[in-house]
Design a binder for this molecule. Structure first.
Ligand code: ADP
Length: 369
């Protein structure tokens, strides 16, 4: 884990910074704890508050409006997800430490043959924590986090997609060190329809490859403050274009949770839920075999609602409006084992055995151990 050294802050808070074109940029003040909390989880205009607007995109070859709209959609100052919030995934955490976090913290070591990977791919079934892992990487290193849904780059609303890809990387360099996380990267760079793919997706694909090669140049240099790390996530690794797969050199499998991880997930989710004495988390963890992290969250949510459901089941809307405090207090009576078993029977696992076999096979062929 890397919690102490703060790459961005080591630039020297209060000292003048320079942007990618070596132009003067107004110093950025260290945010207070309260600022950080207020910014949590909100896409935010990181430097707008402290940089005069006209200087902000100085040196970028894009319309201010385009940069501003992209920034609004995808820049997150502090995703505030820590390694300890993520159950299991030990292999993935170790690989991400080595592939992304250590190179940012110790650039002098990651040179020559040890140069950082050009890009990292997280693949596996949906709801297993890929997005959480990417956010934790950004949090633990205090890099600016670009949370890119592929759909936000292909949206007609924003205009030409390849221009957006270029603008995204320009912004990432401006705010470096940055982590660019592209979710569902297969839909941006798919091998499907290579014979008759339309001109637009062909241009987007090649722009993404060009930009990734561009930022890879800064990896393995002395100055980690210029680094832009690219992380892609996909539930369909077999659909990814070969050229992109080659650039996503480190390919990390995020499997369904094992029994230990399922127990941890139950504990994380039920942190603030009162449990009846009859609740046996070991037994529940066994029963949840085949469920993803997000399936388990849904089971817990459903079970924790059972008391409220039982009480409100036969009430009219008017009675719900006037529900007494005593009745509401009963919502919080401990959740029972039967509530969980009931919830498990209603929420089914979202990944099939066939799909799992396909991931394992792809892992064997292309994954990083
Ligand atoms: P993915 O990106 O793999 O589709 P996410 O990271 O978005 O999945 O996870 C979806 C939700 O599932 C999270 O918000 C969290 O509630 C839960 N979750 C999944 N995996 C984990 C995990 N390993 N630890 C804690 N929560 C998890």
């Amino acid at each position: 884990e890397c919690s102490q050294p703060n790459v961005k802050k080591s630039l020297g808070v209060g000292a003048a910074r320079r942007n990618i074109n070596n132009k003067f940029v107004v110093p950025v003040s260290r945010p207070t704890k309260e600022d950080e909390m207020a910014l949590d989880e909100k896409p935010t205009d990181v430097l707008a508050a402290v940089k005069p607007e006209e200087k902000k995109y100085e040196g970028l070859n894009f319309e201010k409006d385009l940069c501003a709209s992209l920034e609004r959609d995808i820049v997150q100052k502090n995703p505030n997800v820590h390694w300890t919030d993520i159950a299991g995934c030990m292999i993935a955490k170790n690989l991400l430490n080595e592939a992304v976090i250590f190179p940012l913290l110790m650039p002098e070591f990651f040179k020559g043959i040890r140069r950082p990977w050009k890009g990292v791919m997280l693949f596996g079934p949906p709801g297993t924590g890929k997005t959480m892992l990417a956010k934790a990487v950004a949090t633990e290193c205090n890099t600016t986090f670009f949370n890119v849904a592929s759909s936000s780059l292909t949206s007609k609303y924003h205009g030409e997609s390849e221009k957006l890809v270029r603008c995204l990387f320009e912004l990432a360099k401006l705010y470096a060190p940055s982590t660019v996380f592209i979710d569902e990267i297969d839909s941006l760079c798919s091998r499907r329809g290579t014979s008759n793919e339309d001109e637009v997706s062909r241009r987007v694909k090649s722009e993404l490859l060009v930009q990734m090669d561009g930022v890879a140049g800064a990896l393995g240099g002395d100055d980690s403050s210029k680094m832009v790390m690219v992380l892609g996530a996909t539930n369909h690794p077999w659909d990814i274009d070969d050229a992109l797969r080659r650039r996503l050199e480190k390919r990390i499998y995020i499997p369904l949770p094992d029994i230990e991880t399922r127990k941890q997930l139950l504990e994380i989710n039920l942190n603030d839920v009162q449990l009846d004495e009859d609740v046996n988390l070991d037994l529940l963890a066994e029963q949840l075999e085949g469920y993803s992290g997000s399936d388990i969250t849904n089971v817990c949510r459903d079970a924790a609602m059972m008391n409220m459901r039982r009480i409100t089941l036969n009430l009219s809307m008017a009675q719900v409006h006037n529900i007494s405090r005593e009745m509401k207090e009963q919502f919080n009576t401990p959740t029972k084992m039967t509530d969980f078993l009931n919830a498990i029977s209603k929420v089914s696992s979202s990944v099939s055995k066939d799909a799992l076999a396909k991931y394992e096979q792809w892992m064997k062929e292309y994954g990083s151990a």
